[in-house]
Design a protein around this ligand. Structure first.
Ligand SMILES: NC(=O)CC[C@H](N)C(=O)O
Length: 322
């Protein structure tokens, strides 16, 4: 039976209420002290289809910082400005199976090239590759791309940035190591400033869903009818999201949810769902972008209830890409 928009919204409302009760299974990140102030019981979602259909439910409009979801935008911006070969000479496209902030493989695998841009070592390297001499210039290219995608100028949470800047000992260690082995193209503190400020960009689930929508359409903005970035970049980015986007739970997520997605420790998840070849009657068969916010995260750093909600949607609406 064809599900009307109204009925699909009822489903989302019902699922949000159901999965909210599972938020107690995780905790808000506290290693960045300011993130510990979030309300762990919150859960919200926004889904945007290619025809502009929007479905929002729960705490969809709560502002949160992008954290690792920003790694997607910085990778796209670096590829746009420096070219794909230049970027991939400096950061690989292989999953690690290690936590996102792990340091161990840098020294075990010579010459210390970061495994992928979705882990911190890779993202700090990518931040240093953005065009421009100063952190402000590098951030400028990233902000410009964010504005093209989301349709508004990004704002930074100064509180979250300062909180992480003062406590980012592990990221500093990663950056110093990368500088020593020659993969960082700027000074350590400059690369960190760019990386930590991009992580502190404030969004809501609608902004994140728009990013997912454009990736789902290979860099094309189906509502504004504009190619924002080339499809070659979109494809590599989605492959990276599928293999590395949910950290060292990416395999499980691919197997049981089956969508290219990227999470952040603030509890956000962005997913890019392509159009179905054999389209059924379920909602969003023409593809969609999904933004989720649920700040209670699991041991891998992924939103506990957010992952459960995505699994439900993928199964019920046949949106698993496999
Ligand atoms: N996984 C994340 O979202 C990590 C981002 C965070 N800013 C960090 O570097 O630790």
């Amino acid at each position: 039976m064809v599900q009307t928009i109204h009925q699909s919204l009822e489903c989302l409302d019902k699922w949000i209420t159901h999965y909210r009760s599972f938020t107690t299974e995780g905790h808000c990140a506290t290693y960045i002290p300011a993130l510990g102030k979030a309300n762990p019981a919150q859960l919200g979602i926004c889904m945007i289809g290619a025809d502009g259909t929007i479905q929002k439910s729960g705490d969809w409009d709560v502002a949160f910082t992008m954290q690792s979801i920003s790694k997607v935008i910085s990778f796209v911006a670096a590829c746009l400005h420096r070219g794909i070969p230049y970027v991939l000479d400096r950061v690989d496209v292989e999953p690690t199976g290690d936590p996102f902030d792990s340091i161990i493989r840098l020294e075990m695998h010579k010459p210390g090239k970061p495994f992928n841009p979705m882990i911190n070592a890779g993202a700090i390297t990518v931040a240093s590759l953005l065009p421009g001499e100063s952190p402000a210039e590098k951030l400028g290219s990233l902000y410009a791309l964010f504005e093209e995608i989301v349709g508004k100028r990004p704002t930074i949470s100064e509180e979250v940035f300062q909180s992480e800047w003062q406590t980012a000992h592990r990221n500093r260690a990663l950056a110093h190591y990368l500088k020593e082995v020659g993969f960082l193209e700027s000074e350590v503190e400059e690369a960190l400033e760019v990386y930590l400020k991009q992580c502190a960009i404030e969004v809501n689930t609608e902004d994140v869903a728009l990013l997912g929508l454009i990736l789902a359409h290979d860099g094309y903005h189906p509502i504004r009818k504009k190619q924002i970035f080339p499809k070659e970049i979109a494809r590599i980015t989605k492959a990276l999201m599928l293999t590395c986007g949910m950290y060292n739970a990416s395999g499980k997520f691919a197997a049981f949810v089956g969508m290219p997605a990227k999470s952040g420790v603030s509890g956000g998840i962005m997913a890019a769902v392509p159009s179905r070849v054999r389209s059924g009657d379920s909602p969003f068969q023409g593809g969609c972008g999904i933004g989720i916010y649920g700040p209670s995260i699991d041991e891998y750093g992924n939103s506990v209830a957010g992952v459960m909600l995505l699994k439900q949607i993928a199964n019920s609406w046949d949106l698993n890409i496999f």
